[in-house]
Design a protein. Sequence first.
Length: 459
Amino acid sequence: MTDAAPERIDGRIAAPGMLDFLKSNTDLDTLAAESELRVSTRLHDVRAMLRRTERGRLAFVVNLTGETVKGVRIGLKGAAHLNILDLEEGVFRRVEADRCEKCGALRTELDLEPGQSVVVTEFEGEDELDPVVRSAPIKLDRPFTSVTKPQNMLPLDHARISYDGVNFEADRPIELVRDILYRTRYAGELWLRFEFEVKELPALVNVAVEPMNLLGLTVNGAPLEFSGSGWFDPSFLTAGITSLLHTGVNDVTVKLNYFQRDYVYYVLYGGVSETLRNCLLFDTEIETIYLYGHFGIDTGAGSFEKGPKNSLIYTGPRAICAAPESIDMADITRSGYPFFAGSVEFETSVEYVPGAPSELTLRGRYSVAEIFVNGRFAKALMFSDHVNLAPYLREGVNTLRVRLVNSNRNLMGPHHNTDPEPYILGPVQFSYEKQWTEDGQCSWYHDRYALVWFGAETE
């Protein structure tokens, strides 16, 4: 901040004296002294904002660093008391606070874990509960073991095109297939053959296909009628295909009536506005199809490598096999479930004496971890990775169950984007529309699978 007034308007020198009214009338120290919210930390990536409500003021503070920040002082001027809103329980919890002699703010000191945010209020609430007390790590009798065999998934996102149902072209990414059909303005009957390998016959496999103006479906040449719908989305058509599979290369071939109106091509290639493009509906959608059921995915012939932003890059073949007997809770992704979305349950036991360490911490990557003690729900870990189980444990042997939930990230992607884990998503991360050259190259598309680690470890 400077005392001088700006000199330019839109980059051009302003007339003398024209901008004098914009001279600074304060300084940073004065602003800091007058601020109602005081957050004391040397890190710029601990951010804060203040809001006023009918019940009083609230402060939102978030740790955007990748590390635990200890001793963050949060103060509110003129506050009579401070609470923290427990977002998981929906209640207010008291915090220890003292009065700053210099500025008069009532302040508390917190340790913020990586990515953790808190809402500090001056509200008076009838549910001002005592703060949650952390304990030493609980001592488990044995590691967690899987107790459920969840439904697995495998996206098939490459296909061979045929225009007569007999002669099929080379295997291509479904995004390239889509682009070829747009570019050639094809209209008529079309066959898409999705191939996959079966290394070992599994217990159950189903196929899920979006409508795509479908005319028919075959599995390894055998005609098949859809028998259900609604897998993941009401629009999916489904059918059981277990009995039609064999070891080696298998295929699901869909026949469809492909067409697009002239208006679609006008919007795609006519240089229209982005607004018009965003409103475009296609007459025929070409999409990935999915296999789901009770099976494992053998990735032993490929390789997983750590990528940026905690991503996991898989390169290599994917083969269906029998479902694994057990799943490693610390690394579900590499336990035969690389494209999994849903929940998996794990169990262990602990012998407890009142007063013994009782803190369960689950470090890892998951959407939600639901914790049960002796069949009783204890907590859902969403905004933190730990829970004190003392209120739920009984003296003697206890059964702990953890239900880990994963999002659709590994199932739906994006799998092939240049950035393996984009934090902002839009159609461009999935469609690669008009980015392909005539020889089938796209600088944005990478023929590997960008996933994220799914699992949890105990301390």
